[in-house]
Design a protein around this ligand. Structure first.
Ligand code: NAD
Ligand code: AHE
Ligand code: ZN
Ligand code: ZN
Length: 375
């Protein structure tokens, strides 16, 4: 198949707000500095549903969604040196070129090299590698993992240990890495520090995992779903608070009381802008830092009294946890293989490609942490 167009199945989003359709699509061969990957497994993340809903200002259709995928390299274009056919890989929606201003700054994992074309849903040369029914389909987040074969830029892929099962490593493509990185790389949670995590989904529970490894003191999980208490404790949270159970206190007052003045670090893993405000205001005066991870709908804005910042609280955020995919993914896989990083526990639902819409339904139900789709 090297150099040839491959026909395979993919879940295509023809229009915002509509179900995905399983179609036969054509996947063109990789051009220079591109890699064609056979996707074996993909997770489904809330950001896929967000874009499908039509609320993402960058959302464009028709498109092949999906950004939490793992597979095996089928072929590579001219000039590709970082991966070769047969390599087990994870797709990276946050690429790493190593040479742009961002990559060289040492201050961020964001890479600027292909961000503009990635946001427009095309490959770096401005064109698409997907066709269906005579039409071009757009790419998504530089990954498009809801297809049996996808083409990505070489800087958007990393080879990982072949011993690691692909139905687990796919989840390192977004949710788990995002939370784990937010705690360990972005916040750099210190030993004994008190933290609060708002939202105990895949992202929030992975913040908890990172905080446990960094030996945090109190790890308080806040969630409106009472069933999340058991999940939080299983991953190492020391406390659980359901804001709906509070009588004469706000969640901010409760957290300040529990931590003798406020948290050292808080994390929004809900995407709700009111929660983001509470997370900031629950931080300790003088130094508490709040990390925004959740993705809020277009048009939503955050607010607080500037006095919160004047008095030393810090508001920041991160994408992909601040992790540099090509430099650091192998270490995450090692953490998984050594048992330090839990991954298997997150998989509550499994589906086949033909059941992709059901996987979206599963994700929206309260008992789902991650649905993994066998492509
Ligand atoms: P999830 O839906 O599985 O988990 C969210 C949790 O928040 C749920 O348990 C829900 O009960 C809880 N929740 C909802 N409203 C709440 C409230 N008002 N107070 C407390 N808890 C509340 O989602 P997830 O997959 O863990 O993703 C979390 C968010 O992170 C999403 O917005 C997603 O789009 C975003 N995300 C961002 C990045 C990034 O790089 N920045 C990466 C992955 C996901
Ligand atoms: N296009 C959206 C923003 C979506 C967003 O924030 N995406 C995160 C990853 S979420 C993964 O589940 C991200 O990587 N952001 C950094 C970037 O460069 O996109 C919008 O609202 O415009
Ligand atoms: Zn995601
Ligand atoms: Zn770069």
């Amino acid at each position: 198949t090297v150099g040839q167009t491959i026909t395979c199945k993919a879940a295509v989003a023809w229009e915002a707000g509509k179900e995905l359709s399983i179609e036969d699509i054509e996947v063109l061969p990789p051009r220079a500095h591109e890699v064609r990957i056979q996707i074996y497994y993909t997770g489904v993340c809330h950001t896929d549903a967000y874009t499908l809903s039509g609320k993402d200002p960058e959302g464009a259709f028709p498109v092949v969604l999906g950004h939490e995928g793992a597979g095996i390299v089928e072929s590579v274009g001219e000039g590709v040196t970082n991966v070769k056919p047969g390599d087990h890989v994870v797709a990276l929606y946050t690429p790493e070129c190593g040479e742009c201003k961002f990559c060289k700054s040492g201050k961020t994992n964001l890479c600027g090299k292909i961000r503009a074309t990635q946001g427009k849903g095309v490959m770096p040369d401005g064109t698409s590698r997907f066709k269906c029914k005579g039409k071009d389909l757009l790419h998504f987040m530089g990954t498009s993992t809801f297809s049996q074969y996808t083409v990505v830029a070489d800087i958007s892929v990393v080879a990982v240990q072949p011993e690691a099962p692909l139905d687990r490593t796919c989840l390192l493509g977004c949710g788990i890495t995002t939370g784990y990185g937010a705690a360990r790389v972005t916040a750099k949670v210190e030993e004994g520090s008190n933290i609060a995590v708002f939202g105990a989904g895949c992202v929030g529970l992975s913040v908890v995992q990172g905080a446990v490894i960094n030996k945090a003191g109190k790890i308080i999980v806040v969630d409106v779903n009472p069933a999340k208490e058991e999940w939080a404790k299983k991953f190492g949270a020391t406390d659980f608070v359901n804001p709906n159970d509070l009588k004469d206190q706000t969640i901010v007052e409760k957290l300040i009381e529990m931590t003798d003045g406020g948290c050292d670090y808080t994390f929004d893993c809900t995407g709700n802008v009111n929660v983001m405000r509470a997370a900031l205001e629950a931080c300790h005066k003088g130094w508490g830092e709040s990390i925004v991870i959740g993705v809020a709908a277009a048009g939503q804005e955050i607010s607080t009294r500037p006095f919160q910042l004047v008095t030393g609280r810090v508001w920041k955020g991160c994408a992909f946890g601040g992790i540099k995919g090509r430099s650091q993914m192998k270490d995450l896989v090692s953490d998984y293989m050594s048992g330090a990083l839990k991954v298997d526990e997150f998989i509550t639902h499994r589906k086949k490609l033909g059941e992709m819409n059901q996987a979206f339904e599963d994700m929206k139900a309260g008992d789902c942490i991650r649905a993994v789709v066998d492509m």
